[in-house]
Design a protein around this ligand. Structure first.
Ligand SMILES: Nc1nc2c(ncn2[C@@H]2O[C@H](COP(=O)(O)OP(=O)(O)O)[C@@H](O)[C@H]2O)c(=O)[nH]1
Ligand SMILES: [Mg+2]
Length: 250
């Protein structure tokens, strides 16, 4: 199966080279697409330098920062155009363990038993048995646990880590969930897509990961991202209860 790992970047000059190297070592057959939003720190030029010496590394330059969701949508469009069969999301800051890539990819790959059921989405989950977070302040732990609990209750789903950004999709699944309708700009993009995959009738599997907080650079998490997520999850929950399903509110 052809695989591309999409890595969105905004000001990740210090961490990107190590993230790319860890993917190349863990899954040498996988391609990498870096989606950079014109980072002022020169991450885009660094990405070009990495691509110039490695044919498995590709770069998509966007003119401005308009959110993680927009960066992923651009990356997915590129991946689907280029015919990749499995599309993976991964952060550039070293938080996601590359040694779990093979498990995520394996979970959504064609099973060896013909006709056997397999999921449409595999999530590297911090909140299932065996998963955890290292070095997060209490505030971030509370935010992640709270957002996931609210999503489960409001949306009526059982996924424990629907905000996770380390995940693998089959291309066919991404083609069937109306990405053109997605309007989640920030991190609620992850919840949005989880919901769309479930509503399209696919199963979602969660594999435990140990998430390590970044050691350098800065988190792009912001108040706007939290507000957008709360608003969208509330609207989606309302729509699910009273009729209309998973349209992203504008
Ligand atoms: N291209 C792009 N990447 C982004 C944007 N926001 C966050 N990222 C990237 O998404 C990943 C996760 O962001 P991070 O700030 O570490 O979030 P946190 O782990 O939740 O604190 C990192 O690779 C960021 O560089 C954005 O607006 N555009
Ligand atoms: Mg991070």
């Amino acid at each position: 199966m052809s695989v591309v790992v999409v890595i969105p970047t905004f000001n990740e000059l210090q961490t990107l080279p190590e993230a790319v190297a860890s993917v190349r070592t863990a899954v040498p057959e996988a391609n990498i697409l870096i989606v950079d939003d014109n980072s002022p720190d020169g991450t885009g030029a660094k990405a070009d330098a990495l691509a110039s010496v490695d044919p498995f590394v590709h770069v998509l330059h966007r003119s401005e920062k308009s959110g993680l969701g927009d960066a992923y949508l651009a990356g997915f469009a590129w991946a689907l155009e280029h015919g990749f069969e499995i599309i993976v999301e991964m952060d550039a800051d070293g938080s996601h363990p590359a040694d779990r890539l093979a498990a995520l990819i394996g979970a959504v790959s064609e099973p060896t038993v013909p006709g056997a059921h397999y999921p449409g989405l595999a999530i590297g989950s911090r909140w299932v048995k065996g998963g955890s977070v290292l070095n997060w302040p209490a505030r971030r732990l509370f935010l992640s646990r709270g957002a996931n609990a609210y999503a489960r209750i409001a949306l009526g789903i059982s996924v424990k880590d629907s905000t996770a950004g380390f995940r693998a999709f089959r291309a066919e699944v991404l083609r069937g969930i109306h990405l053109e309708e997605v309007s989640s700009h920030g991190y609620c993009f992850q919840i949005d897509l989880t919901l769309r995959v479930l509503d399209a009738g696919y199963t979602v599997v969660e594999l435990p990961i140990v998430f390590k907080e970044r050691e350098t650079g800065e988190s792009k998490m912001s108040k706007n991202i939290v507000v957008e997520a709360m608003k969208n999850v509330t609207v989606w929950g309302w729509q699910r209860r009273f009729g209309k399903k998973t349209a992203s509110p504008s």
